[in-house]
Design a protein around this ligand. Structure first.
Ligand SMILES: *Cc1c(COP(=O)(O)O)cnc(C)c1O
Length: 442
């Protein structure tokens, strides 16, 4: 299979690398995990992206989650153009941000929200609020859970047991992460140990509502209790708060996010991605008594020049209003079909794998033979990245653009119609054959 032309992308990448570190504005875009030249996108519409060499791909990245309705949705574009014509930023309150806050509150258990510009800002602010409200310093996070590049959350520790965090990036100080305790996702004993040791110093536990950044790892049931429910109960027993991060799952896995699927939520919640409709908008929210501790009513400071930006707000509000039950039903249907077909294709070529999902959000783990479930990072990390890389390029060469990392979820949109789905299904056996080759070559 000859590769598609990539001259223009390659030329841009070379230019980009001179002026932007790694040639990219966010690391995973650089294709480091899969090799080859990152595809520079010229335009996108519906379920498709077109690169600067003119290749068209069915898009399974969806800007890493926001594009629930597909790219360049006409009604979202109209709302954006209308808002922009009325001025792009005022640094003053607007009616539209009230409407967006009301829409979020109508779909979730939060009583109040504050709008911010990115998921990173949402989790950073929620963490500050939890610490301010409890008067405590320590936080528990989970290995493999990503909450943006907040200093104190950029920690990966040894597997298994709860360990005091060590920074995973230079520039994040030991002092910053000394208050971060890392536990294993779905591992209740590790959380109990952390509370037994540091109970009265822990301000909050932060967890993805369903983990989606180590591949998709839903909260597991044990003794009839969901892992997130266990976290809420355990945190509360020690006077700590729970933050459920729904930046990825919110308004995607159901109209009410992961909470809409399992009924579990934190005292504070964070949102982003879909609620920005492809623009920089995010939010954190929760119980009114907690949110009332924020500036200007309370002492916990939080602010933003562009927060509640009218153009981003218009895109987000229009996206949410168009994200009807029918939209979710269609994405759920296509996600189930795709999960089944990926499984069949990989089985046919005897490529060991595990497919996990929460609602319509799913991912494929290229785990070794014999692994049947991925409960946490230690298992997710056993993946054969070389096998994934071959699978990824097999899809790309056949016109399907998947996230260039085996730890990323697959994102479908309402614009993925039968024609787009058929193109993916046609590419799957070819990608599975490439994965098989990589498996046997090693
Ligand atoms: C994407 C993501 C973030 C970070 O959001 P940004 O807008 O990239 O800063 C935080 N938490 C989760 C769960 C995410 O998936």
């Amino acid at each position: 299979m000859p590769s598609l032309p990539t001259e223009q992308s390659a030329a841009l990448f070379e230019r980009a690398a001179k002026v932007i570190p790694g040639g990219v504005s966010s690391p995973v875009r650089a294709f480091r995990a899969v090799g080859g030249t990152p595809v520079f996108i010229r335009s996108a519409a519906g379920a498709y992206v077109t690169d600067v060499d003119g290749n068209e791909y069915v898009d399974l990245v969806g800007s890493w989650g926001p594009m629930l309705l597909g790219h360049a949705h006409p009604e979202v574009l109209d709302a954006v153009a209308r808002a922009a014509r009325q001025g792009t930023s005022f640094g003053a309150p607007t009616g539209a941000e009230v409407e967006l806050a009301e829409e979020i509150i109508a779909r979730t258990p939060v009583e109040q929200v504050r709008l911010v510009n990115s998921g990173t800002e949402a989790t950073m602010s929620a963490l500050r609020l939890a610490r301010g409200a409890t008067g405590r310093d320590k936080v528990i996070k989970f290995e493999g859970c990503y909450h943006g590049h907040v200093d104190s959350l950029l920690v990966a520790a040894g597997s298994g047991a709860a360990t005091l965090g060590h920074p995973s990036s230079p520039g994040v100080t030991e002092a910053t992460t000394a208050d971060t305790i890392v536990c294993a996702y779905n591992d209740r004993a590790s959380v109990e140990r952390a509370f037994a040791e540091h109970g009265d110093e822990i301000a909050c536990v932060i967890a993805e509502a369903a983990a989606g950044n180590m591949g998709v790892v839903p909260p597991m049931e044990a003794d009839g209790e969901n892992f997130t429910a266990f976290l809420a109960r355990t945190a509360h027993a020690h006077g700590a708060l729970l933050i459920t991060d729904e930046v990825m799952t919110g308004f995607r896995v159901s109209r009410s996010g992961q909470w809409g699927l399992d009924g579990q939520h934190g005292d504070l919640m964070t949102f982003g991605k879909v609620m920005g409709g492809g623009f920089p908008a995010a939010a954190f929210g929760g119980r009114a008594d907690l949110m009332q501790q924020l500036s200007p009513v309370g002492p916990v400071y939080q602010a933003g020049t562009l927060s509640g930006n009218p153009v981003a707000t218009a895109a987000g509000l229009t996206t949410l209003r168009l994200a009807t039950d029918e939209v979710y039903a269609q994405i759920d249907r296509n996600a189930a079909l795709l999960r089944a077909e990926v499984g069949k294709a990989l089985d046919a070529f005897q490529v060991p794998h595990v497919i996990q999902h929460s609602g319509n959000l799913f991912s494929v783990f290229f785990t070794p033979q014999g692994v049947t479930a991925v409960p946490d990072w230690s298992v997710a990390a056993t993946q054969r990245q070389d096998v994934f890389a071959a699978f990824f390029h097999g899809l790309l060469d056949n016109g399907v653009y998947l996230g260039p990392s085996c730890f990323e979820a697959w994102f479908l949109s309402a614009a993925h119609d039968d024609a787009a789905m058929d193109r993916i299904l046609e590419a799957l056996p070819k990608a599975a054959a490439a994965a098989r080759l990589a498996l046997t070559a090693a």
